[in-house]
Design a protein around this ligand. Structure first.
Ligand code: ADP
Ligand code: NI
Length: 197
């Protein structure tokens, strides 16, 4: 089975699981993370195909998105076995995905994990990161901004502005710097427009 055919099946699986998401974790998020994972892999010398696969699948089984984490993981396992991935590649992909989430606070110990984590973090910053933050906030009934915190806007200071210094790879860091700068401009303008006496 060709790599392109495997990717077609994986995309269909991801589309089915994430298409209806309105929290910023829809299938387009998976696609952007998959594309950046491949791009960073090429630049950093990781396996481009396995990185792309891990990018597509990185949020499958995330407990904030799935009622049954076990069920999602089981389906993912069946998918890759049906697509004839070797046990070695499956283990490598799953181990990388395990270490990706920011909230779990882990630093990946493989190049594959580092690349996918960087790709996921890039999608949390810049213009798309800003859009996702307010989409997430809206879906969770969070206020736009509030002086005392606990708002979508406070997420920039709590997490998003910290991400550029946590990037794993030089090419990830380069793109993060660009996106960070744009986010700072947005924050300055936001503060100007919302400042009250
Ligand atoms: P993970 O990468 O593990 O899914 P998160 O769920 O923390 O990590 O973040 C995913 C995206 O969801 C963030 O980039 C952000 O856009 C949004 N998000 C998460 N928590 C918040 C929050 N408290 N307020 C606004 N947006 C949030
Ligand atoms: Ni993600």
């Amino acid at each position: 089975m060709k790599e392109a055919e495997k990717l077609t099946e994986i995309k269909a699986f991801v589309f089915r699981l994430f298409h209806d998401d309105v929290t910023g974790h829809d299938d387009n998020h998976m696609q952007r993370v998959a594309e950046w994972s491949r791009l960073l892999a090429v630049k950093e010398g990781a396996d481009p195909f396995l990185s792309e696969v891990a990018g597509w699948l990185h949020d499958v089984g995330d407990d904030k998105l799935f009622a049954s984490k076990e069920e999602a993981i089981k389906e993912r396992d069946e998918l890759l076995r049906n697509l004839h991935f070797s046990e070695r590649d499956i283990t490598y992909i799953y181990h990388a995905i395990e270490t990706v989430s920011f909230r779990k606070g882990k630093t990946p110990d493989t190049l594959l994990g580092k690349v996918v984590q960087d790709a996921d973090r890039l999608d949390a910053i810049g213009a798309i990161g800003i859009a996702r933050t307010f989409a997430f906030g809206g879906a969770k009934n969070q206020p736009l901004y509030r002086k005392e915190g606990g708002s979508s806007f406070s997420h920039f200071h709590e997490k998003l502005l910290l991400l550029k210094d946590k990037m794993n790879t030089p090419s990830g860091r380069e793109e993060a710097d660009r996106r960070h700068q744009f986010m700072e401009e947005f924050i300055n303008q936001f503060n100007r427009e919302t400042a009250s006496e």
